[in-house]
Design a protein around this ligand. Structure first.
Ligand SMILES: Nc1ncnc2c1ncn2[C@@H]1O[C@H](COP(=O)(O)OP(=O)(O)OP(=O)(O)O)[C@@H](O)[C@H]1O
Ligand SMILES: [Mg+2]
Length: 604
């Protein structure tokens, strides 16, 4: 099992910049683009050679022509220098373009896979991993990995080649002067490395702070009604302000280091040039070094400093990519607790089952807490059954067993005699349609929300479903009817309208089994009557299992079972249970003491 991906616990330390196991797996993603990758790896040597040649040409131009005054072939050398400059430009340009393109290609595939994978995971996973952290994973880790391709991997290779090439050029020109550079360089590199690592660490922390701030914003935005209703704007602003201040302080630190880093490398290269000139003048006196060599050296030193400025940056890019890869692959390796059946699906699944549901000796526990114990329940095809009972009795848990949202530890759940574990999840979820208290609506049109963006569901079926549920009555009044756009979560609809759409969804999908969890508990009497009517139509021709807190909604079902402490303690029709005088009769009496809840046609 992977650790929870809390944004707050993310590493801000740096580890290895290369992990063969992770990189091997990563190259699997780059494989379809291997031609480009190969090309990208061929460019740096050419670039390095073009840079190595330039100081050598300068040396020749000075020593052979400017010093001697012999201008034969001087023009050709200048043309060559210009050509090398052009080559450097072309290789640099191609390199950046190809790297960036590769980075985007590889990462978009990884991002798609991550997203698709998240949709296969179940409640147990999301209980441990806050959605904010997961969003962060897809956005930030993917970005870190794409940075590795576009700015780390190949560039690091290129920079190291360049350093080697220039070093070779320098030694060829003058071993003595090279020694001077060799003595000074480690100091510059050490400082540049240290500062860059510190800066990147702070920047990385900044990303974390930004992720926390985004999570805070999202939550506050969703809870803004609560904040306004209780007039807690001040407290909310303060909570946000604290995070915001922390982020600013962090950014200040990193900006200071960045400014220092930039000027430091510039200054250091000038100092090295000064030392070279001072030492070189001595060497020129005894004839070990020519003026051309010294000039070429100044050019080479500048070229040497350029990659060094961001060499550490590239290492840290690789380091953050390694930890991002680690987390991303761990996420991809997480398997849902409830997966597809290990046994081969039985070949003769009915297209449309009759809808006989049976729970036999079912025991279910969340950890050590037993929720349902040795429960037996048989529901005939087309039967309408209601489950009532005190809160926490295990009603929702019971119906989750039917479509395998949870799995029993003991006993068996079957549909038409087929154990649910043997039914492919896609089929099972098609067979049993679930409506819940809260209908989640996406931003999009009403029609899209009814068909859940499945383009295979024809428009007229959606329209028919809306007529059938009675939702058409309010949809018709909207400016664009079925094409009216819903805002995020369907905030521009009432609670009752949202529930009607939830039921329309089920009608459009037309499952043989209907499962309903408290669909009427949060609406007023008028909406409730509308929903009650939709419910009647929904139950027609289907096996229906409904949980209702309002006992008035279930007066007409075939059978009511009363669940308490994970056991069925009463079972029978509305009349029978009232006559029995048990828990149901008590609940009923309690509920109808409140006159506003009285049933509209009194029970005989
Ligand atoms: N994901 C979970 N992890 C741990 N315990 C859970 C989880 N979901 C529910 N429970 C526990 O299981 C018990 C039964 O929950 P369930 O949702 O089935 O009750 P219910 O009968 O539907 O109640 P209500 O009428 O309030 O909806 C409760 O005690 C609850 O605390
Ligand atoms: Mg419940």
């Amino acid at each position: 099992m992977m650790p929870a991906v809390q944004a707050d616990t993310e590493e801000t330390r740096y580890g290895a910049f290369w992990d063969a196991r992770l990189m091997a797996r990563f190259f699997g993603y780059a494989k379809p683009h291997r031609r480009w990758l190969l090309l990208a790896m061929l460019i740096p040597p050419i670039g390095a050679l073009s840079q190595l040649a330039q100081p050598l040409v300068i040396q020749m131009a000075v020593d052979r022509h400017l010093v001697t005054g012999n201008m034969d072939g001087f023009g050709a050398l200048l043309a060559m220098l210009a050509g090398l400059g052009l080559l450097q430009f072309v290789t640099g340009y191609l390199q950046s373009t190809i790297n960036a393109m590769l980075g985007q290609r590889v990462i978009s595939e990884l991002r798609r896979e991550l997203f698709a994978h998240l949709l296969t995971l179940d409640a147990a996973f999301f209980a441990k991993n806050p959605s904010g952290a997961l969003t962060n994973r897809i956005a930030n880790d993917a970005e870190a990995i794409s940075q590795m391709v576009s700015a780390g991997l190949i560039n690091l290779f290129g920079d190291i080649l360049l350093l080697i090439a220039i070093a070779i050029g320098m030694v060829t020109l003058s071993p003595r002067l090279s020694l001077v550079v060799l003595l000074l360089m480690p100091v510059v590199i050490a400082v540049a490395f240290r500062v860059t690592q510190r800066m990147r660490m702070i920047q990385r922390h900044g990303t974390l702070l930004m992720a926390r701030m985004t999570a805070r914003l999202t939550e506050e935005n969703e809870g803004r009604d609560v904040v306004r209703l209780f007039h807690q704007q001040k407290a909310a602003t303060e909570r946000f302000g604290a995070l915001n201040r922390e982020h600013r302080a962090n950014a200040d630190k990193s900006n200071l280091l960045e400014a220092f880093q930039f000027s430091f490398v510039e200054t250091a290269s000038t100092v090295v040039v000064a030392v070279l000139l001072w030492h070189g003048s001595g060497l020129m006196d005894d004839g070990t070094v020519t003026i051309g060599v010294l000039t070429a050296f100044i050019d080479a030193v500048r070229r040497l400093f350029f990659p060094i400025r961001d060499l550490a940056g590239k290492f840290t890019t690789m380091q953050s990519a390694m930890s991002a890869l680690e987390r991303v692959f761990a996420l991809l390796d997480t398997r849902p607790a409830i997966g597809e059946a290990p046994v081969a699906p039985i070949p003769t699944l009915p297209n449309r089952p009759k809808g006989a549901i049976r729970l036999a000796g079912v025991t279910f526990a969340y950890g050590a807490e037993t929720i349902l114990s040795n429960l037996d329940l048989e529901i005939a095809p087309g039967e309408r059954i209601a489950i009532v009972g005190p809160t926490g009795a295990g009603k929702s848990t019971l119906i989750k067993l039917i479509n395998r949202t949870v799995e029993a530890q003991a006993g068996q759940v079957t549909i038409d005699g087929i154990p649910v574990e043997e039914i492919p999840l896609a089929t099972l979820r098609q067979w049993a349609g679930v409506a819940r208290q809260e209908t989640f609506l996406f931003s999009g049109t009403i029609a899209e929300n009814i068909g859940l963006f499945d383009t295979r569901i024809p428009r007229d079926r959606i329209a028919r479903a809306a007529e059938e549920s009675g939702a058409m009555a309010f949809i018709r009044l909207l400016p664009d009817g079925l094409d009216a756009r819903l805002t995020e979560r369907g905030n521009n609809l009432s609670a009752g309208q949202r529930q009607l759409l939830g039921m329309t969804r089920i009608l459009a999908l037309d499952p043989p089994i209907l499962i309903l969890d408290e669909a009427t508990s949060s609406v007023d009497a008028v909406s409730e009557r509308l929903i009650q009517a939709a419910l009647e139509r929904l139950m027609t021709g289907r096996t229906a299992v409904i949980i209702a807190h309002r006992l008035s909604t279930i007066r007409h079902v075939d059978r009511i079972i009363v669940l308490a402490k994970g056991r069925i303690i009463e079972s029978g029709t509305h009349q029978e249970l009232l006559a029995h005088g048990g828990l149901f009769a008590q609940l009923h009496a309690l509920q109808f003491q409140d006159p506003s809840d009285a049933p509209d046609d009194p029970v005989a």
